[in-house]
Design a protein around this ligand. Structure first.
Ligand code: ADP
Length: 293
């Protein structure tokens, strides 16, 4: 971890040293026992009692309430739920871009209090820099970190090869297809080797065929790294294809409706009876939430 992370985060031991509850900028941090729980070695992210209420002068929207979840190191968790239930709100809080109203998020034993280089983000609209080449997009985080140029070039070479874009290193973003742009965005997010990759509908803007290819690409890329991934999607098919676990959220305010474990290896066969049966079961859960809307 770099010095910047240290500034942004509080060791969980400090939270534990203060018995009971502790006032944090984001609200009240959960009990010390829960923080201790988060120090278990196999847990990368531990979320306890998380809530977010958006307030304006004349309105109040409770987006998330009483949300608890542990994510294991190296796990790929998909979050699915009805539109507007609070998925992006949840991801932005884990990214440290949005302050929780209640509860705590502990990442690798430290209470999350802001963004840090331990978390990389990938967005639906790619969010690439159009004036930079593919290589210089990938190297962006390394430049910010002050990584020497020879090391940056070595790392971007490695990532360009991993995402299959070596021949496009000097291309500009506008010369790329949607799928290629998203591969650049993934490589950029991985460049600083974050512990956690946060992906918000990353393949939502792609056509169905490219989307399936990108899912295969992602599985290949992640098999060469050890990132923990939280993946938001509207596509149950995508979630069943990619995930170790799928978390289904209720309608707003979002809480956990159910969690599905998927023990199958990759590549997964979308036509397999167990694949379609699980897909159907999750779709039914979502339908119930939408009907309740
Ligand atoms: P999802 O990603 O599941 O579609 P969001 O997390 O974007 O849902 O939004 C959850 C709820 O919070 C929605 O009702 C949305 O209108 C509301 N919301 C999101 N951002 C804000 C904001 N900045 N101010 C007020 N309300 C917001």
């Amino acid at each position: 971890m770099t010095g910047e992370t240290e500034l942004n985060e509080t060791p969980v031991e400090a939270a534990v040293a203060d018995p009971g509850q502790r006032e944090m900028p984001g609200g009240v941090v959960s009990e010390s026992l829960e923080a201790l729980d988060a120090s278990r070695e196999d847990i990368q992210i531990s979320i306890r009692g998380l809530g977010k209420t958006y307030r304006t002068d004349d309105s109040e929207t409770v987006a998330i309430e009483g949300f608890d979840l542990d994510v294991k190191k190296g796990e790929l968790i998909s979050i699915v739920g009805p539109s507007g239930c609070g998925k992006t709100t949840l991801l932005r809080m884990i990214a440290g871009l949005l302050e929780p109203t209640t509860g705590s998020i502990v990442i690798d034993g430290r209470v999350c209090e802001g963004p840090g280089p331990d978390r990389g983000m990938v967005f639906q609209d790619f969010a690439l820099f159009p004036w930079r080449s593919v290589r210089r997009n990938i190297e962006f985080g390394l430049e910010i970190d002050g990584t020497p140029s020879a090391d940056r070039a070595a790392r971007s070479d490695e990532l360009l090869s991993m995402v299959g874009l070596t021949d496009f290193a000097d291309a500009r973003v506008h010369e790329l297809s949607g799928g290629m742009k998203q591969r650049v965005a993934i490589a950029r997010a991985l460049a600083t080797n974050p512990d956690v990759l946060l992906m918000d509908e990353p393949f939502g803007a792609l056509d169905a065929q490219t989307r399936n290819l990108m899912q295969e690409n992602l599985v290949n890329i992640l098999s060469q790294t050890d990132q923990t991934v939280i993946f938001i999607t509207h596509s149950v098919d995508e979630a069943v294809y990619l995930s170790d676990r799928i978390v289904v959220l209720t309608k707003r305010p979002a809480t956990i409706k159910s969690i599905f474990d998927i023990p199958w290896e990759w590549p997964r066969d979308r036509a397999a009876p167990e694949f379609t049966a699980l897909r159907k079961e999750i779709l039914e859960e979502l339908r119930e939430e939408n009907v309740m809307n």
